[in-house]
Design a protein around this ligand. Sequence first.
Ligand code: A3P
Length: 307
Amino acid sequence: MEDILKTCPQHTMSWLKGNLTMYKHQGFWNLKDFIEGTILAQQNLKAEPSDVLVASCPKTGTTWLKALAFAIVTRDKFDGSPSPLLTTMPHECIPFLEKDLEQIEENHKNSGFPLLATHLPYTSLPESLVASDCKIVYIYRNIKDVIVSHYYFLLKAFKLSVDDAPFEVAFDDFCQGISWYGPYWDHILGYWKASQERPGRILFLKYEDMKRDPKNDVKKLAEFIGYPFSVEEEKAGVVEDIIKLCSFENLSNLEVNKSGMHRSTIENRIYFRKAKDGDWENYFTEEMKEKIDKLTDEKLMGTGNML
Ligand code: A3P
């Protein structure tokens, strides 16, 4: 591992007071232990065609998508009894490729639970996963809100205050592509290109659209992953119940998400901040807005204004 890291460009985030060093591995910036997990997954995962991969770049709405996908897939199992989402943080409801390989194998053998999650860029996915041609759901979000969300997440993870961590420096790092699993544009582009080559196998969900019309996207999601709602379920309000269960208001107020810890290291509550569209306007100068818009136009040219 150390040999691999030696060959990777590295960057220590000065705005986090030097607390975090990222390495550029296979074209994307990441933390040492996640790179380790990536390599293990690339070497060992035996994917199955029935797998459904929930993929995203961090801070794009992953927690929400995981909760929704889990609630959809398990709705019959917990019909009438409390959903595990009431007592378990959504990230712990779906095994994460870079960390939970054993759980994924276990699910393959015993439970038939189809969901697995990743933040990996498409080009770093394990070969067996691409070869399996399994379905992929990918969520993405307005880049300016992702920048603010990413800034606050890392700030809180390292228990720093806004005064300690200049937003302008975090912004400049992000513009240079240096963010967790960044460059963000390349992350989106990888899945977008793959979707052109594998029509019908990758569903794109946009955070802002999902906020505007959750019913439409939740039905689309359920249909895509092979758990469509029946007419009876729709009449009985099952779609609305799932939307309510997974809403920011509900999840962020649950005890587990207010006081629990994720993997014993990160407080669950920092995954739930404001969940507002356009919060970036409170942080960006006009100059920053112009810079990021221009960069985004250049980088995502030809994808039909995804962001
Ligand atoms: P903000 O920081 O803008 O509030 P991820 O889950 O990929 O880490 O993304 C985190 C972002 O999603 C945070 O955005 C967080 O508040 C928001 N979020 C978390 N749970 C949500 C939910 N149930 N519905 C909508 N947004 C949610």
